[in-house]
Design a protein. Structure first.
Length: 354
């Protein structure tokens, strides 16, 4: 049974970004908005992920590190991603942030973002961010900035040399004249749609300290080790992931999944998924169909229960179906993950839906 499961079945990614800018594009026939997540890494180095969103809510990613682009593509995610060199500058004027970012789209369009915050970013404006329906069938983003401010009237986007919004006599129709947002310590956890085929290279013979699960795909190896065992519970560490699981009559059940990310402000930040009672993830050995339900919640650092709802586990022989159905907030999307066992191969497929 231990070799027939994926100890961490969810397609998750977590990042902490020093800054985030989001600007509406007023009057463009195809594009609705553009945003950028920025990590300053010292010595003039910066990592930027820019996202262009169309009126159809489809999103395209642009990153300035080829290695990360290759990794994203290898994970089988249903999202277009490109490498693009970035020109970036940031300064503060009387406590307000000015950010300028330039890159070229895959069509050769020159995008220039000018973001000038109206005021100093404040924790009073830090809150769970509504993704506005963007990439609704591809991901469930959970975004929480530490501090935010509105973008001022001089903020604008230029595309191919044409300026959209930001002049004093232009008032965008979106969000009652709001041109965009500027945020600091922007934390984002994402459930992504996609698929991955894993070969089981190692599995515990028993739930003892030091035992490991090792999975291998065409592009990466995932390794998880039991670092603590107490009673019917085990604590598992795998890279930046920490898991708490427990043994039940029906096999192994997840109590929590936490992803850790480096944060310049906090040192370390965590994105956590909790289940009460534990969510069963073991397949059944006798072909019986078993259904279980749990409450679930998602937190980022001390901000608890940002998303809450019901989780369902349906196990039928070699197939395990997991479903997260958020109850609040209303915009949160369902996440369905299916794990199918084919000998020592496990196919993990995730879908996201409204």
């Amino acid at each position: 049974m231990l070799e027939s499961l994926v100890i961490q079945p969810f397609s998750l990614h977590y990042d902490c970004n020093d800054y985030h800018i989001f600007l509406f594009i007023e009057g463009h026939p195809e594009y609705e908005s553009v945003e950028a997540m920025i990590q300053e890494r010292g010595a003039g180095r910066v990592f930027v992920r820019a996202i262009i969103t169309g009126h159809d809510k489809r999103q395209v990613d642009y990153l300035n590190e080829p290695r990360v682009v290759a990794l994203y593509k290898s994970l089988g995610r249903k999202r277009e991603v490109h490498y693009a060199p970035m020109q970036y500058a940031r300064e503060e004027v009387e406590g307000c942030a000015n950010i300028r970012l330039r890159f070229n789209s895959s069509r050769g369009e020159a995008f220039v973002l000018e973001c000038r915050s109206e005021e100093k970013a404040s924790g009073a404006h830090g809150h769970l961010v509504n993704p506005l329906g963007h990439s609704g069938s591809i991901s469930l983003p959970v975004m929480y900035p530490e501090r935010s401010a509105n973008c001022g009237p001089e903020s604008h986007v230029s595309i191919g040399g044409k300026r959209f919004g930001g002049t004093p006599d232009e008032t965008p129709r979106l969000c009652e004249g709001l041109r965009g947002f500027y945020s600091e310590n922007f934390r984002i956890g994402v459930f992504s749609a996609g698929s991955e085929r894993l070969q089981v290279r190692q599995a515990p013979g028993s739930p003892r300290l030091g035992e490991r699960w090792v999975y291998e795909s065409t592009t990466r190896t995932r390794s998880y080790e039991i670092v603590e065992a107490r009673g019917d519970r085990i604590w598992v560490q795998g890279g930046n992931e920490r898991l708490l699981a427990e043994w039940t009559e029906g096999g192994l059940a997840l109590r929590s999944v936490s992803l850790l990310a480096a944060s310049r402000e906090r040192g370390e930040s965590d994105f956590s998924l909790f289940f009460e009672p534990g969510l069963p993830i073991s397949s059944t050995e006798d072909g019986r169909r078993v259904r279980s339900e749990s409450d679930f919640s998602i937190s980022i650092d001390e901000n608890a229960a940002l998303i809450t709802g019901r989780a369902r586990s349906e196990r039928d022989g070699s197939v395990v179906d997991l479903l997260l159905s958020p109850a609040r907030p209303g915009w949160a999307r369902k996440v369905a993950t299916a794990v199918r066992r084919e000998g020592r191969t496990l196919l993990v497929r995730t879908e996201v839906a409204a």
